[in-house]
Design a protein around this ligand. Structure first.
Ligand SMILES: [Fe+2]
Ligand SMILES: [Fe+2]
Length: 371
């Protein structure tokens, strides 16, 4: 069975979700009663548990909202354990229904997944089995598949962590002090995720896309490591020559990303396009007046349009060497002005307006003053 899984995976489905579907099909050969395999991810900063992957399109009956892990005793207990829990959807606490993707599932086996001892989420297998029919052999098979799934997720996350750690190490080594200090990257990633979630229905974005948006948005400015300290930290506006040097952070970032992907043998790794697009296009404007390529409209990938709006929103609302933080309403008004001037994506800007309470919450929770 293991050899079969490995050979199916060797076909390299493009996305994590694609690989989960392959694993799910293999699992069904041993346990045809398994109806769905899915995965929920945990975000420590916000304490939210969110669905991330599913072997099928989500068909659940409205149980797709996030769950606060710490506010739920049963989930909180399970996340601290090593073993899984067998849940009957009929009789057990309604909290477990958040895991149910297929309305016909009777039971689920839910297993916490960890990365270096840290809880990162749950894998859930829904089955047609009644709890009493799920014997030890079946449970061991489910545990084995949960391990495959968690390995697959860990592989993906360690790529981004490697990239971020490389940048951080280089920065420490050269004593660079990023002028976008503090929690800029954390806030910007949260804003990008809110916008992506808002656009999900219309653009048919998967949960995987949304989570990758959150993960990869942090990389947008990795090229700034190649810009000198005197320009990065200049306590005033840049002159023309300095500005053109600053603009090279985009091509430097793309080169750096390629180099790291090559060094770690990840050039063909799935989902790296999204990473590249964010780094390469986060300064492009809808009317073609951005840089470095002057791309227009839909030629700018959606992930980059989202990152641009999230990045500018944070730049406006936080302290910079040359400016004070803008209030929320003023920042949204500025984004709208830029959108009317055909610089920013209209849907992304509308997403900020329509989710302003959530944006405000992130501004407060991840404020640099709190560090
Ligand atoms: Fe940038
Ligand atoms: Fe930025």
């Amino acid at each position: 069975m293991d050899a079969k899984v490995i050979s199916l995976l060797a076909n390299k489905p493009d996305t994590l979700n694609g690989r989960l579907q392959v694993l799910h099909e293999c699992l069904r050969q041993s346990l045809p009663q398994t109806k769905q395999s899915s995965c929920l991810l945990y975000d420590e900063k916000t304490d939210l548990l969110k669905k991330f992957l599913s072997s099928h399109h989500f068909t659940n009956g409205g149980y797709d909202e996030c769950i606060h892990l710490k506010s739920n005793q049963a989930l909180f207990t399970l996340c601290q354990q090593e073993e899984g829990k067998l849940v009957s959807f009929d009789t057990d606490d309604s909290i477990w229904r958040h895991f149910q993707q297929d309305p016909d599932s009777v039971t689920a086996f839910i297993i916490p997944i960890k990365q270096a001892q840290r809880f990162i989420g749950f894998v859930c297998f829904e089955t047609e089995f009644l709890a009493e029919n799920l014997n030890d052999t079946a449970i061991n098979t489910l545990i084995l598949y949960a391990q495959f799934i968690s390995m697959m997720i860990n592989e993906e996350f360690s790529l981004v962590n490697t990239l971020l750690a490389t940048v951080r190490a280089a920065r420490d080594f050269t004593d660079f002090r990023d002028f976008e200090t503090g929690l800029h990257l954390d806030r910007m990633a949260c804003y990008a995720r809110i916008i992506a979630t808002h656009l999900a229905k219309k653009h048919r974005l998967s949960d995987e896309f949304i989570e990758h948006m959150y993960l990869f948005a942090r990389l947008h400015d990795i090229g700034k490591i190649g810009i000198s300290d005197s320009i990065l930290n200049k306590p005033g506006r840049l002159d023309d020559a300095e500005r053109s040097i600053m603009k090279t952070h985009v091509s430097k970032g793309v080169d750096m990303l390629e180099q790291v992907l090559q060094d770690y043998n990840l050039v063909d790794m799935r989902d790296t396009d999204m990473m590249r697009n964010i780094v390469a296009c986060h300064h492009e404007y809808i009317d073609g007046s951005g840089y470095p390529k002057g791309l227009k409209g839909d030629d700018i990938p959606l992930e980059a349009r989202i990152a641009t709006v999230a990045d500018i929103f944070d730049a406006l609302t936080c302290h910079r060497p040359y400016k004070k933080p803008w209030p929320l309403e003023d920042a949204i008004a500025e984004l709208e002005k830029m959108q009317q001037a055909n610089k920013l994506d209209a849907e992304c800007v509308a997403a900020v307006r329509e989710n302003k309470a959530e944006f405000e919450k992130i501004m407060k929770e991840l404020s640099d003053d709190k560090k």
